[in-house]
Ligand binder design. Structure first.
Ligand SMILES: [Zn+2]
Length: 261
């Protein structure tokens, strides 16, 4: 039987993919990829996420959220719009959202306000919540401890926090998704942290078009025509599974199904 793969986090709506989504999904299917969770990051891309999920209902699970890089441009009624999309589609998740102190001029209080709105919705509707966090692990941990969380848990996408926080975050209900970028030799610390992730909380993600794999592992060599920079292809997902030995595909499938079900 062929192996089945699940992409816990990507951005197929990203304009850098241009008109090639059809081709990209074909390549994913050829490689055994069963589902891709496509994360919106700002209100202006939510329609595109919804359109992809409608066009490819067997492959794409939509997710809607405000990423901290874009949340300052939100409209006055973004919460109502988000809730309406979730109520309209029981398969829809929440995110990507989160906290980021790596970006230029972060506003932690404003980021927290936006995060709390997502967290509240996720808890009330018990939907999967995908969180982004860069250099704000103490803050995120404090927020999660202080507020009600969805019964099904939360996803720390592309977990890059300290190894010693893995256990306490898992006790709060966290899943952790491993990204192909972590296969770069420089990412040793992140791989060490992932060794501590409980086997029933491990997910795998492409985060495509971001988080490119080391060039020698990249099976696609996609290039952004506007910048000439390398892009990640979600069809690289099986490569990530194969080069991250703790990823047993059947275990990851069970984890994906229980979290995103
Ligand atoms: Zn992302």
């Amino acid at each position: 039987m062929t192996t089945r793969y699940y992409d816990a986090h990507c951005h197929l709506q990203d304009p850098r993919f241009g008109g090639t989504v059809e081709e990209i999904l074909k390549a994913c299917q050829d490689r055994g990829i069963q589902r891709l969770v496509v994360n919106g990051t700002r209100e202006s891309d939510w329609d595109r996420v919804a359109e992809l999920a409608e066009r490819y209902p067997d492959l794409i699970l939509p997710s809607y959220g405000l990423h901290p890089w874009w949340s300052r441009e939100r409209s006055a009624n973004w919460r109502e719009d988000l809730e309406a999309r979730l109520l309209a589609n029981p398969r829809a998740s929440i995110g990507e959202t989160g906290l980021d102190r790596w970006m230029e001029n972060p506003d932690p209080a404003d980021q927290e306000e936006v995060l709390l709105a997502h967290l509240d919705l996720a808890e009330r509707l018990n939907r999967p919540l995908s969180l982004h966090c860069l250099r704000a692990w103490g803050h995120l941990d404090a927020v999660l401890r202080a507020h009600p969380r969805p019964a099904r848990g939360i996803l720390l996408h592309s977990y890059g926090g300290p190894a010693e926080m893995v256990r306490p975050l898992a006790d709060l209900g966290a899943y952790f998704s491993f990204a192909g970028y972590f296969l770069n030799p420089s990412q040793e610390k992140k791989r060490a942290a992932f060794q501590l992730v409980p086997e029933d909380r491990l997910l795998i993600e492409s985060d495509a078009p971001d988080q490119v794999l080391p060039p020698e592992l990249d099976e696609f060599s996609l290039i952004d025509p506007d910048t000439g920079k390398r892009l990640n292809h979600p069809g690289n997902l099986p490569v990530i599974y194969r080069h991250w030995p703790p990823a047993d595909p059947e275990r990851v499938e069970a984890n994906f199904r229980s979290f995103f079900a």
